[in-house]
Write a protein that binds this ligand. Sequence first.
Ligand SMILES: NC(=O)c1ccc[n+]([C@@H]2O[C@H](COP(=O)([O-])OP(=O)(O)OC[C@H]3O[C@@H](n4cnc5c(N)ncnc54)[C@H](O)[C@@H]3O)[C@@H](O)[C@H]2O)c1
Length: 323
Amino acid sequence: MHGIPFLDYDAVIGAVSAKNAIARTREAFLRHRAGDWVMPAKVYLPSPPYGDFRAMPALGDGYAMLKWISSFPGNPARGLPTVMGVIVLSDAQTSEPLALLDARSVTALRTGAVAAVAARALAARALAPAGARTCGIIGSGLHGAWAARCLAADGFGPGVCHDPRAELAHALAAELGDGWRAGSLADALACDVVTCVTPGSAPVVTAADLRPGMHLNMLGADGPGKAEATIDAVAACELYCDEWAQAAHGGELTGAVEAGLVGRGDVTDLGAVLAGEVAAPSGGERATLFDSTGLAIQDLAIAIAVYAAGMNSPTRSGPEGNA
Ligand SMILES: NC(=O)c1ccc[n+]([C@@H]2O[C@H](COP(=O)([O-])OP(=O)(O)OC[C@H]3O[C@@H](n4cnc5c(N)ncnc54)[C@H](O)[C@@H]3O)[C@@H](O)[C@H]2O)c1
């Protein structure tokens, strides 16, 4: 058990490009949909009054993974990140632990990647001319930045980055270059693909903001009590989610579900669209909305990619070199 490599934030980010993260994430949804990858339900362990721990297991392609991650809202006041954790990647045949990975970086990559996967699957036909793919990024923090990077890497944009912390929006737009700019909430909402990645403490999308052909990626509301759109706005959209159980109880859809406005039959799984089991939206009548709550299969996809990159590095004899 000694000598398990630890892959820190920089090692993870350096090992997997945005394009690779997008391809791996898309594949993870397909493998899960086909039943090849397994993902038991997320377990919450409250640690009152500080926050909670979450255990997220998944198994596929010869690997087993556990993400052990926290959400401690009071941490920033103590000079610590809200979210911290590690991922254990194990050999699914022998159970041997192969690597420990920083969970923040894996989460950032897989969350950004799913924004591009969903936009490609759900917005492509909604957008009339092929070039009309402007992106609004509402919330330009860690995960907003990775969503923007992945969308840009997948050919979306240019777009508008918005954040009350204007310096973050300006920095992100400058990094992306190529016509991206910082702007107001209204500027971001006017884009074709709008990705919301705020803390989810107040709605940033209302029903009045919706237009046919608009696609919304809702990433920020990933737990109970969070929402980035008003309930009537959610109910007015054509709805998609990463996983119904999570989305209905701790996602953007939750408010509309609890209000009785949205039921299981109103929401299509992203995996079903990717697998071609249902038609992608035409986009002619309503805005499309994708509720991302974050899945362990996404983490597994990135963790395998990081581990494989370590194994294949010409300067390393094995993943130990990454430690
Ligand atoms: N869906 C998923 O899989 C997933 C994964 C990770 C994190 N998240 C969630 O995403 C959210 C953001 O996480 P983060 O790590 O990027 O946080 P962060 O603190 O780095 O960034 C959030 C940003 O939102 C900005 N913001 C706050 N209110 C806003 C508003 N009204 N309009 C625009 N911007 C606003 C903040 O200034 C901040 O820059 C959190 O709620 C987190 O739990 C979701």
